[in-house]
Design a protein. Structure first.
Length: 287
């Protein structure tokens, strides 16, 4: 059987008791290490699990999954996922491959906390979130703005938008590849400030008010850990905020932000007076 096990958000201790029991008995243990990362390293995980862990990068999972699924029809294989197993479509694809295998490989999923639910720590109601969007690193030649339309759809309904920020782990250096060498770039993790800055850049181009400077937003970092950070303010303020090490996410607040949400979130504000002024002028009474 292939066990797809959620690890939670922070460290080795966030795994469930059921998950840990399976990990310690499995024939092989893989850690998917490119859609998200834990705040601890591989060695710390192995010490806690008492088992060696095989790092499964994008190439292995997407192009060489047969090596992961080998003997899974007769042995137990543990596939570990940061957060919740099905927060990324990659893991749905792996489960589908198990169904299509000849003979089919039985699977079992063990859920855990993910950013999709942990973001409730901001005080924003999970019932009033719309579509989740992703923000990728802009380059000189590639500045995708598809997120803007989906944020606009959420904004039109008064809903909050969770923005998942780009991470680059074991990404090939394209210039080196062009010269026939396989070289990987250093890992990069987008910050709340970078995300807010890119949103403001696209707003300057599109000009529809979806991601304006005075839009209220909440930045989060390392949710679930002992040093988690939550900072609220306008997008302009968050573009200059430093929330420390990764992982970061951002929430753009919807206009239906309830008074109880405002009362909770304002405690995290960069400038509480400004936060209150913007909320009362643009958000109060919209819900």
């Amino acid at each position: 059987m292939l066990y797809i096990i959620g690890l939670g958000l922070a460290d080795e201790r966030d795994v469930s008791v059921k998950g840990l029991e399976i990990i310690r008995k499995a024939s092989r243990v893989y850690l998917e290490a490119y859609t998200a990362v834990l705040l601890v390293n591989q060695q710390q995980l192995e010490a806690y699990y008492g088992r060696p862990v095989i790092i499964a990068d994008r190439e292995m999972v997407e192009s060489h999954s047969d090596s992961i699924l080998a003997s899974a029809d007769t042995h137990d294989i543990a596939f570990l996922v940061v957060g919740d197993p099905f927060s990324a479509t990659t893991h749905t694809d792996l489960a589908l491959r198990c169904r299509q295998h000849d003979p089919p490989i039985p699977t079992r999923t063990l859920p855990n906390a993910s950013i999709l639910t942990a973001v409730g720590a901001t005080g924003l109601s999970l019932y009033t979130f719309g579509q989740t969007v992703s923000m990728v690193f802009f380059t000189e030649s590639w500045r995708p703005a598809s997120f803007y339309d989906r944020v606009g759809e959420n904004a039109g309904l008064g809903l909050h938008t969770l923005v998942l920020l780009d991470i680059k782990v074991k990404e090939p250096d394209l210039e080196a590849m062009a010269r026939g060498r396989v070289v990987y770039e250093a890992p990069r993790f987008m910050s709340v400030a970078q995300c807010a800055g890119q949103m403001l850049e696209v707003e300057a181009e599109r000009g529809q008010g979806v991601c304006g400077r005075e839009r209220l937003a909440v930045g989060v970092a390392r949710l679930g850990s002992e040093d988690e950070r939550i900072v609220a303010g306008t997008l302009e303020e968050l573009a200059g905020a430093d929330l420390g090490p990764p992982l970061h996410s951002l929430v753009l607040c919807g206009k239906k932000m309830h008074e109880m949400e405002w009362e909770y979130v304002r405690e995290f504000a960069v400038d509480r007076e400004k936060f209150d002024r913007v909320w009362k002028a643009e958000y109060k009474g919209q819900g």
